[in-house]
Design a protein. Structure first.
Length: 308
C-alpha cells in the first residue's frame, strides 16, 4: 500500500512523549537514553501496557520514552511509518508489538542504524535482528485453554474457533495450542479469521450460529472477537461454552456474569514494564535474555475477582 503524506503527518503526531520525562538530561548531566514504544492499536490490552511503561518512564529520569501506536491490529503501514520516524528521532532502542512479520523490513533499517529491537507480545520467528522477545508463551496459553475445554465439554462436542489475524505467529500459536490441548475432545466445525476485530467476531459468530445452531463451544484467539461473539450468542438465545484469550475487561465482566466460561489471562502490564526495561538494558549495551515469558493463567468465575 502507498503511504500518503497525510498519514505520515499523523504518525509523526503520535510520536509524542506521553509521560512526563522531565529535563532532557538525567541527574549528573548524563543524557537520557531515548527509547521508543510502539503498540498495535488502542484497546484495553495495549492501553494497560502503555500505562505500565508510563509509570516506568516517570520513575526513571535517565530514560526518555517516545510513544507510537497503530490504528488497528493489521496496521502494518502505520507501524512502519512510526518505526521510520523513530529512526529519524535517534532512539537507541525500540520495544514493539509487531502487527505482523511485514514490519521486519523497517526493523532491519532500525538495526542497521544501530538501534536495538525488543519484540513485545508477538515474535517474528526466524528474524535474527531482535535482541529479545518479551511475551506470553502463546502456544502454552492455547494448550491451557484446550486442556480446560477438554475437561468441561460433553462427549461428541463441537467447537468453533475465532482465529485472529492469519499469519501472525502469536495468534496462530494460540489456535495451534488450543487444538493440541483439546485433542479429540471436540470436532472443529468452523475457524474463520477475525483480525482481532470485535465487529468481525460478531459477524463470524452469527454465521457460525446460523450454520451450527447447536455448536457446543466457541473459542477466540483474542479478546475483541469474543466480545463480539458474546453479543451474537445472546441475540441467538444460545448457551455455548465461550472461552477467550486475553481476559480483557469486557471478558472479565462476562465471566463474572456467567455469560462467558473462561479466558486465558495474559499480563500486559508485566509485558510493558519488562519490555521497556529490556529495551533500555539493550540500548545501554547490557546483556539481555533472548526470551522473557510473562506467563498465562486460566480465568474462570472461581478466580475472576483477582483479575479485576
Amino acid at each position: 500500500m502507498q503511504r500518503t503524506v497525510g498519514f505520515a503527518v499523523l504518525a509523526a503526531a503520535l510520536l509524542v512523549p506521553l509521560a512526563a520525562c522531565g529535563d532532557d538530561d538525567a541527574p549528573g548531566g548524563t543524557s537520557a537514553v531515548k527509547v521508543g514504544l510502539i503498540t498495535k492499536f488502542p484497546v484495553d490490552f495495549y492501553d494497560t501496557m502503555v500505562d505500565a511503561v508510563k509509570q516506568y518512564d516517570a520513575a526513571h529520569a535517565d530514560v526518555e520514552v517516545i510513544y507510537g501506536q497503530g490504528k488497528s491490529g493489521t496496521d502494518d503501514e502505520g507501524e512502519i511509518a512510526i518505526i521510520e520516524n523513530m529512526i529519524t528521532q535517534g532512539v537507541k532502542a525500540i520495544a514493539i508489538t509487531p502487527s505482523s512479520p511485514n514490519v521486519q523490513g523497517a526493523l532491519d533499517k532500525a538495526v542497521k542504524a544501530g538501534i536495538k529491537v525488543v519484540l513485545v507480545d508477538n515474535d517474528i520467528p526466524g528474524w535474527s535482528g531482535k535482541s529479545s522477545v518479551v511475551a506470553t508463551d502463546n502456544l502454552a496459553g492455547g494448550k491451557l485453554a484446550g486442556q480446560w475445554l477438554a475437561k468441561h465439554l460433553p462427549p461428541g462436542a463441537t467447537i468453533a474457533i475465532l482465529q485472529g489475524r492469519l499469519g501472525n505467529p502469536s495468534l496462530d500459536d494460540r489456535v495451534k495450542g488450543l487444538k493440541d490441548g483439546l485433542g479429540g475432545a471436540a470436532k472443529v466445525v468452523a475457524d474463520p479469521a477475525t483480525d482481532c476485530d470485535e465487529t468481525k467476531g460478531l459477524n463470524a459468530a452469527q454465521d457460525i450460529l446460523t450454520a451450527n445452531p447447536d455448536v457446543t463451544a466457541i473459542y477466540g484467539a483474542c479478546g475483541p472477537p469474543i466480545t463480539g461473539a458474546l453479543q451474537a450468542v445472546k441475540a441467538a438465545g444460545k448457551k455455548p461454552v465461550v472461552v477467550g484469550f486475553d481476559a480483557s475487561p469486557g471478558e472479565l465482566k462476562a465471566i463474572e456474569a456467567g455469560d462467558q466460561a473462561a479466558s486465558v489471562a495474559q499480563f500486559p502490564a508485566k509485558m510493558g514494564s519488562l519490555g521497556i526495561e529490556t529495551a533500555v538494558a539493550a540500548a545501554k549495551g547490557q546483556p539481555v535474555q533472548p526470551t522473557v515469558d510473562t506467563g498465562t493463567e486460566m480465568v474462570t468465575k472461581d478466580n475472576v475477582a483477582k483479575f479485576k
